[in-house]
Design a protein around this ligand. Structure first.
Ligand code: ZN
Length: 246
């Protein structure tokens, strides 16, 4: 096997004097690991390719028996100097990378997440997103991974939810109901503003999120609801070799 593909570097480490292991998000194959023999020495083959956040084009092969991947050469596409020179931006970007590492498995069809991550890094590089920006990213990754509740209509009666009334969100089932239908159903009552915000994140991308000015209580509620939603859906259904959908 030999592939050439775009990746974002998540993490690297040394395992021998000149050899590195590299964890990266591949544009088409999710999170991957590979070795770069002589990687910490060879500027010609790998100049500048191993810094976290960097976007790189790698030529990747395997060892002779095909048990692990070997990086053959790389060319740096984007280095994100604006992120690297700003400790706050490093924190925002690192938060997004760690979530990708934990939540995105090896599989086909992760192109959406790759595009989302690179667009997110572009925004962190070029704009001044606030500290809530990674929450939007995490929520959008969960939506991209298929944990994608419909926040616009009541799951019971089918009426639109965009009124000023609160709604009830069943985190485990990932469904939303209006107050009229919520009697006897389990779930958290969340404000109309939070539901609208979550629906808006589903419809938009990172370049739109920096302009959003959210009242503190809606931010807080988005955080609390989505973090529990993701803990439940991305956490409990992980089974070591893949996600099981509930
Ligand atoms: Zn209803």
């Amino acid at each position: 096997m030999e592939v050439t593909e775009k990746v974002v570097i998540l993490r690297t480490g040394k395992f021998k004097e000149n050899d590195l292991w590299v964890k990266f998000l591949s544009s088409g194959r999710g999170v991957q690991n590979a070795f770069a023999f002589g990687g910490s020495r060879s500027r010609r083959r790998f100049g500048g390719c191993f810094e976290p956040f960097s976007q790189v084009l790698f030529k990747i092969g395997t060892n002779r028996v095909g048990t692990y991947q070997v990086l053959q050469e790389g060319s740096l596409i984007k280095a994100y100097p604006g992120i690297r020179s700003d400790i706050r931006k490093i924190g925002l970007a690192a938060n997004c990378l760690k979530f990708v590492e934990a939540a995105v498995l090896e599989r086909e069809g992760s192109r959406g997440v790759f595009e989302l991550l690179t667009e997110t890094l572009d925004v962190i590089e070029e704009a001044e997103p606030d500290d809530f920006f990674p929450l939007f990213f995490r929520a959008k990754v969960a939506f991209e991974q298929g944990y994608n509740p419909d926040f616009t209509i009541c799951s019971q009666c089918g009426k639109p939810l965009f009124s000023s009334r609160p709604v009830v969100f069943d985190i485990e089932k990932g469904v939303v109901a209006c107050l009229d239908c919520a009697d006897g159903h389990r779930g958290d009552t969340i404000s109309a503003g939070t539901v609208r915000t979550l629906a808006w994140i589903q419809d938009t991308g990172p370049s739109s999120w920096t302009s959003l000015k959210l009242p503190a209580e809606i931010r807080q509620e988005c955080f609390s609801v989505m973090d529990r939603f993701m803990a439940y859906h991305l956490g409990l259904v992980w089974e070591g070799n893949g996600y099981r959908k509930i």
